[in-house]
Design a protein around this ligand. Structure first.
Ligand SMILES: CC(C)(COP(=O)(O)OP(=O)(O)OC[C@H]1O[C@@H](n2cnc3c(N)ncnc32)[C@H](O)[C@@H]1OP(=O)(O)O)[C@@H](O)C(=O)NCCC(=O)NCCS
Length: 170
């Protein structure tokens, strides 16, 4: 599969027509890292949350598009950490299985970081891939994050899942 160039990856703000994009992202490999695959009602709630994020200045999700795929091949997004008093952002990403390995996640993440910097953000941005998620750890490194350490994920099970904590100053 041919690698894709940055000019061919575009981010569009998450919109009402992106419900199917969210449904396609509702797979075990992604959602196991976010509490498990969701039923249709939970997907709808997430959809509404994503639509409201920018209105409340609490973050932004994006549809990732490449030529020939205006419906989107994945998502990237950031959100404000409400558990930390000083402004801190966290981000995440997913690319649909058939489009992986072409550099899309790295380009989409780099583009989002640039968007945040151009918007005047200067705070810390974190990402927390599972320690065994080689592709996502690679995205962090390639997008310029530094590894801070490891943390237990409090949102899954009894906190037995280990995540790498990556951060960068915007
Ligand atoms: C993580 C994910 C978004 C990567 O998407 P992608 O578009 O394939 O990523 P890229 O093509 O930009 O690849 C980034 C790097 O990861 C490496 N990589 C990709 N798949 C890999 C794998 N299975 N094992 C090891 N490295 C891998 C690539 O080689 C690339 O590094 P390189 O350019 O030095 O070769 C995608 O695998 C995914 O959606 N996974 C499920 C959801 C998920 O885990 N999201 C992250 C939650 S934190």
């Amino acid at each position: 599969m041919t690698a894709i160039v940055p000019e061919n990856v575009e981010l569009l703000p998450y919109a009402p027509e992106d419900l199917d994009l969210l449904r396609r992202a509702n797979t075990p490999e992604l959602m196991d890292q976010m509490g498990g695959v969701e039923d249709e009602a939970a997907v709808h709630r997430r959809h509404e949350r994503y639509l409201l994020l920018p209105i409340g200045h609490l973050g932004q999700q994006f549809r990732v598009i490449i030529p020939g795929h205006p419906e989107g091949v994945g998502m990237v997004g950031y959100w404000v950490r409400t558990d930390i008093p000083e402004r801190t952002l966290e981000c995440g990403w997913s690319i649909e299985a058939q489009y992986r390995g072409r550099g899309i996640a790295t380009i989409a993440t780099t583009t989002m970081i640039q968007f945040l910097r151009e918007g005047g953000e200067t705070c810390l941005l974190h990402a927390y891939p599972r320690i065994d998620n080689a592709a996502s750890n690679a995205v962090c490194r390639k997008a310029g994050f530094s590894l801070v350490g490891a943390v237990k994920d409090p949102s899954v099970g009894a906190g037995e899942i280990e995540l790498n904590d990556y951060a960068m100053e915007l």
